[in-house]
Design a protein around this ligand. Sequence first.
Ligand code: ATP
Ligand code: ZN
Length: 287
Amino acid sequence: MADVLRIAIQKSGRLSEKSLEIIKNCGIKFGSDARVLKEMASNFPLEFLYVRDDDIPTYIRDGVADIGIVGRNEYDEQAIDLEVIRDLGFAKCRLSVAVPHGFPYTGLESLQGKRIATSYPNILGKVLSERGVTASFIQVSGSVEVTPAVGIADAICDLVSTGATLAMNDLKEVEAVYTSTAVMIGRKEMGNGEKETILKRLLLRIDAVMKAASYKYVLFNLPEEHLAQVADIVGGMKSPTVTRLMETGWVSVQTVVAEDTFWDVFEQLKALGAQGILVTPIEKMTE
Ligand code: ATP
Ligand code: ZN
């Protein structure tokens, strides 16, 4: 039987949906049925293992899975020697120190000799030791934010995305010590040529999907006299495509704009007299 690549995905949680969505957008078909432990894609040599995110690095190290998607926080905390293959950019969060309102916090030095509850003693320990701070860690795996109120910790260090949970527990976020996004990880050496080839094919698709997600396709009408300035504003993959409109002195311009510069570009185009600006998402994109 031909080889398959095994990918470990979080069974249910913050990473699950988006991980599966990226693979679906690669044109890979599967049921994504969370009740099963594993399943095979129908049109690509990829097998899915649905597991707890904490177990993913170990499974990859032991060869149960070849690659997986986890939060960078989980990967760094476990410090299992694997490779980050791609930063997928979603599930953005930060690891932050939070203290009760009465705590006189002036910087990480304020944590000297304190009891800090966290699920990330390795990541936090590294940050503190770089600053010459020693503290004792209370290792908890859930409900970290209740520990100061019940008197077992002076401060906490936990993952935050909006800060709502902290506020609900009368804690104040005082310092972000680490930021994380979802990453695809794998062994440094796959040790199998056929699996390497499948991974390369998968990455080619993932790169195209991720690239497309960070760009917009933009179409607009412009007085022809301003055309020269447009090239400077939009950049584009190559130069923009320009077609003449029926109305003399006007052209239609089509180009690709990076999502993070979009509003800047939009304002500059408006200032040049652009009209009928149409923006659409791009499904796939390669150079
Ligand atoms: P499992 O049952 O698989 O062990 P879990 O409870 O450990 O699940 P989730 O809460 O689903 O995991 O979080 C998975 C990952 O999502 C985290 O490791 C982190 O990388 C990311 N994440 C993004 N935002 C947050 C947040 N606000 N709080 C916690 N994790 C977050
Ligand atoms: Zn977990």
